[in-house]
Design a protein. Structure first.
Lengths: 261, 304
């Protein structure tokens, strides 16, 4: 009869097998959410700036919102901004640096497939957006926001907007150098914040450029959310179509051009 | 499971980057349960070869099979552990957190805390990766390579930049992997590492195998007599006194190497000749050839 003695150190005997896909996706999504919530710049971008804009532009008569309630005008724009900051700016910068530091490559050597990684990233973006929507809606309600319209229509717009902005973010992160993605994503964020009907109504721009600006994904999302939540309309088809077109274009291009190293 | 297939089998591998041929008809075989060291200078094609086996790159010619499968097959990801030459870890992530994350991709992982402890990193579990020293970062990458309990591990320069203590911890882990029946393929340009750790050494240069075998078969049974003395001694005279088949050279200046039947007779001849010449032989020693010598002979270049 033999007696088993515990081996010193961990048991290295081969037993390589993958965890179930949902477990892998949840693990990776959890890591991405923690990384976002722990990163000061990301919090500034995703939480602090939107809330400051919401409070500032709802309280003070800084722009002409055309006679309605300031908070009713501002809140949908800020919700659109929050979606853009997480799905586009935050995701582009984080993914760009993951690529640069070899993290995407290293994850490619684990059982987590690329599909699994993209699912995890999507899940993380959606989870952060849920926190953003809760915080922004809470602040807006405290400021006297009276939302109307169909919540499902608003949700559909947010889903389409998330797809469009994720595609744009991954397109940049997968093709540009990490530093260029960092600079580019911030620049695009500022441009779209200024020209996309987030805070300033598109009617403030010259008549010639207004139809062009309406084709921007941020205008479609901010304008669409405003039509639903403040105007009480159903799903605005033109805005939804613009977002769907951006999503198809950018996700298609990103899937063709994305470099993992 | 096809246990009869080797851990890695590469036949006539070719890899080009633009007009540069990085791998030029390389063939090698790494046996199951053994440690195979791929040795060569920087730019010899070591990393390209390993990254093709890991499924990161596709070959331009030849065939590669890993555990009997095409390296691109997704089921290999769970059975093969990978340590990249550098990077691969999010800089802001705590190293314990990284290992726990990687562990969750596998069905039967090692305990991350126990593994950190074994590699001497227990007190750094909460330290962000970027704050670790280079040697500590290497050990985190090594831990991540084995945490899924793989059958085969690729380690690309696992001890580059490690201090002696960390290098020892790495060597012990490789020995433990081998004892547990894991196949290991590692690249290195440290000769001592290849000699100590491996069952099989493959020396590559310019993308080709220039020699392979066990460390002992490569260095040969032949021994050398070495000593130092003033430069420019007349070795021709010494050679006439030595048994036929002996060789003597001065390389570099002031360092003498005598090869042949190194025994008491040859030693006596050399020391008598030194006495006659009026020189004192310093650091006189009888040694085996090292892999370093083998490499120099094969390629005409120093390894590093």
């Amino acid at each position: 009869m033999t007696v088993n003695t515990p081996a010193p150190g961990p048991d290295l005997t081969p037993a390589g097998a993958a965890a179930p896909l949902p477990a892998m996706v949840l693990a990776q999504a959890g890591a991405e959410i923690r990384a976002t919530l722990r990163n000061g710049e990301q919090l500034l971008l995703t939480m602090i700036i939107p809330v400051l804009l919401l409070v500032g532009f709802s309280s003070a008569p800084l722009v002409d919102v055309g006679g309605g309630s300031r908070v009713d005008f501002t809140t949908p724009g800020v919700l659109a901004l929050a979606v853009m900051s997480t799905a586009f700016t935050g995701q582009a910068i984080a993914t760009g640096f993951e690529r640069r530091y070899g993290v995407l490559k290293r994850l490619g050597a684990t059982p987590l497939s690329r599909t699994g990684l993209l699912l995890a990233k999507t899940l993380a973006v959606v989870a952060v957006e849920a926190v953003q929507v809760a915080v922004i809606a809470g602040v807006a309600l405290a400021l006297g926001w009276r939302p109307g319209g169909s919540p499902l229509a608003a949700l559909a717009l947010i889903v389409l907007g998330t797809a469009a902005f994720s595609g744009l973010g991954l397109l940049m992160a997968g093709t540009l150098r990490a530093e260029a993605t960092l600079a580019g994503a911030n620049l695009v964020y500022l441009l779209l914040l200024g020209c996309g009907g987030v805070i300033f109504p598109l009617s403030a721009f010259p008549d010639a450029v207004e139809p062009v600006l309406e084709l921007l994904p941020i205008s479609a999302l901010a304008g669409g959310l405003r039509a639903v939540l403040s105007g009480g309309s159903g799903l605005p088809l033109a805005g939804a179509a613009v977002l769907a077109a951006w999503a198809a274009l950018t996700l298609g291009l990103a899937s063709r051009t994305f470099r993992w190293e | 499971m096809a246990m009869d297939s080797p851990a890695v089998e590469i036949i006539d591998l070719v890899k080009r980057y633009g007009r540069t041929t990085a791998i030029d008809g390389l063939s090698l075989r790494a046996a199951r349960g053994a440690v195979t060291a791929v040795l060569g200078p920087n730019g010899a094609g070591k990393t390209s070869t390993v990254e093709i086996c890991e499924g990161f790159r596709r070959p331009d010619g030849g065939t590669v099979s890993v555990l009997g499968l095409d390296p691109a097959r997704p089921e290999l990801r769970a059975r093969v552990g990978v340590m990249l030459q550098s990077g691969g870890v999010p800089p802001a992530m705590r190293c314990g957190e990284w290992l726990r994350l990687v562990a969750r991709f596998y069905a039967h992982p090692l305990d991350p805390a126990a593994l950190l402890d074994r590699l001497g990193l227990a007190e750094h579990a909460r330290t962000p990766y970027r704050r670790l020293s280079g040697g500590q970062q290497q050990r985190v990458s090594l831990a991540a390579a084995v945490i899924g309990r793989p059958e085969l591990v690729f380690l690309d320069e696992p001890t580059a930049g490690l201090d002696p203590q960390a290098r020892h911890a790495c060597w012990e882990l490789v020995a433990a992997l081998r004892a547990a029946g894991v196949s290991v393929v590692l690249t290195t340009h440290h000769m001592d590492e290849a000699e100590k750790l491996s069952d099989h050494v493959v020396i590559i240069d310019h993308g080709r195998v220039v020699a392979e075998g066990t460390p002992a078969s490569l260095t040969g049974a032949e021994r050398q007599l070495r000593f130092r003395a003033r430069p420019g001694l007349a070795l021709d005279e010494l050679l006439t006194a030595l048994p036929a088949g002996s060789a003597a050279k001065e390389s570099p200046a002031g360092h003498y190497i005598i090869e042949g039947q190194v025994g008491p007779e040859l030693l006596a001849t050399v020391t008598a000749w030194c006495a006659a010449e009026g020189v004192t032989a310093d650091d006189l020693s009888i040694e085996r050839r090292t892999l370093e010598d083998v490499f120099l002979e094969l390629t005409g270049r120093e390894l590093r």
